[in-house]
Design a protein around this ligand. Structure first.
Ligand code: SF4
Length: 360
């Protein structure tokens, strides 16, 4: 029997929990639903919901965005990227383009896309020109990129890959104790691809409650209830609260494509640094934009990991502070004039909170 959101709330309120508890979510989609439905305010006050590393645009390193800008301006490629990425600012001198949007205004052929198939179509329609697909995202984005590669892409299509895995960031948070939380609500879309079992380490290695949630308020509340009940009963397990789509082992075809086309490597997260085994790298050197075009890594090395002055995005992404605890939130930084990536992306916690009406 499925319960309504109100019924889940009543069950949560009936649990014997008196001490403050923090539950982390690591998905921009979850955070949007939580904020839009007002779930944070409806829960008992001792329960805190912390948005964690759930935005791939926010953690995309400056050096990758810089390389994408240079590919468009200096190498004159057609640069395609997911729309959110175009407005993300980086730290450069006043004479340089500080975002892909500015590079486009300076004459770069930069085109926003909504899916990897659009990159394929643009390459097929422009066979005389190199097309670079700046592919940034988590597992759910990498799976269709991997499928595209496995099925074969045109000679003029190159990939500037900036893919990341979500679970190593959570493992790093728990191992280094950078953020304190008592339970995790894991992302349903990632688990759909990679399988529920990927999140078992939260229970087995860190002895914390964990539940996988979908994106409706009911599914999220079911996951919150599950983790809180586990906590109050001292019986921890991995609970799949999104069984409509999530299975223990996930989508085998998508995983096969990922294994065939990509390696797992240590990777830089913007403002956070290198997280071991958290990035995807192309196996196919023929279509790797980093190998085919000039390598801008040396020029951009000094920027690696930097955030704009005063921007606390790294702390927001790691769940150390809430978005409205940043000094710039809603003053210098707002969606119309974003300072940091968390205010740009639809999956960024700052933008979600601002759009949801959260002010200082
Ligand atoms: Fe960065 Fe703006 Fe968020 Fe502050 S409010 S953390 S400057 S995106």
């Amino acid at each position: 029997m499925s319960l309504t959101a109100q019924q889940w709330l009543e069950k949560i309120r009936a649990l014997p929990i008196s001490t403050p508890l923090k539950i982390m979510n690591i998905c921009g989609g979850h955070e949007r639903s939580i904020t839009a439905a007002g779930i944070r305010g409806a829960l008992p006050p001792q329960i805190e919901l912390i948005p964690g590393p759930g935005c791939p645009v926010c953690i995309c390193p400056e050096e990758d965005i810089y390389a994408a800008i240079q590919l468009a301006l200096r190498d004159k490629v057609i640069l395609v990227a997911f729309g959110d990425m175009l407005r993300v600012p980086i730290n450069v001198s006043k004479t340089e383009a500080r975002s892909l949007e500015q590079a486009k205004a300076l004459g770069g052929d930069i085109r926003p896309i909504a899916s990897p198939m659009e990159a394929l179509h643009i390459a097929q329609q422009n066979r005389e020109k190199p097309v670079v697909f700046f592919a940034a995202g988590f597992e759910t984005t990498m799976a269709p990129v991997a499928a595209l590669l496995a099925q074969g892409i045109p000679d003029n299509l190159y990939i500037l890959l900036s893919g990341r895995l979500t679970y190593p960031a959570v493992a790093m948070l728990l191992e280094t104790k950078q953020a304190v939380f008592h339970a995790l609500v894991a992302p349903g879309h990632v688990a759909t691809i990679m399988g529920a079992q990927e999140w078992a380490f939260i229970v087995t290695q860190h002895q914390l409650p964990c539940a996988i949630a979908g994106f409706t308020p009911e599914s999220l509340l079911a996951a919150f209830y599950s983790t809180l009940r586990q906590y109050s009963s001292h019986h921890y397990f991995l609970d799949n609260c999104y069984p409509q789509l999530v299975t223990p082992t996930g989508n085998q075809t998508a995983q096969r494509y990922l294994i065939e086309t990509m390696d797992i490597v240590d990777a830089n997260w913007r403002g956070i640094g290198i997280i071991p085994h958290s990035g995807f790298a192309l196996k196919d050197s023929q279509h790797d934009a980093r190998l085919h075009f000039p390598n801008y890594a040396n020029e951009s090395r000094l920027r690696a990991g930097q955030m704009p002055a005063g921007c606390d995005c790294a702390s927001v992404v790691l769940g150390k502070i809430y978005p409205n605890q940043c000094r710039l939130y809603g003053t210098a930084c707002a969606p119309r004039h974003p300072i940091g990536p968390c205010m740009v992306s639809d999956e960024g916690a700052c933008r979600i909170w601002w759009s949801g009406g959260v002010r200082q």
